[in-house]
Design a protein around this ligand. Structure first.
Ligand SMILES: [Zn+2]
Length: 73
């Protein structure tokens, strides 16, 4: 997985600092998140779109309704 290093934890888009803080995140659709980060160095705020497919919560949401049906039946 050598190709996943870019913006993995994020760096400031203005000064390149790694001292950034996640302000909030928003789900755009089932496969994509949008995260707002703030730089602690220069106070820059920037949005990074993220692919959420690698997170286990996505598959859990897909499995959950199906699993609930089995329990109810
Ligand atoms: Zn910065």
């Amino acid at each position: 997985m050598a190709s996943t290093t870019q913006h993995r934890n994020g760096t400031c888009t203005r000064c390149g600092s790694r001292l950034i803080h996640l302000e909030w995140e928003e789900r755009l659709d089932p496969h994509q998140l949008q995260q707002l980060w703030r730089c602690l160095e220069c106070k820059n705020e920037f949005v990074i779109p993220r692919d959420s497919e690698e997170e286990s919560t996505t598959s859990a949401e897909i499995i959950a309704p199906f699993f609930t049906n089995l329990v109810v039946e």
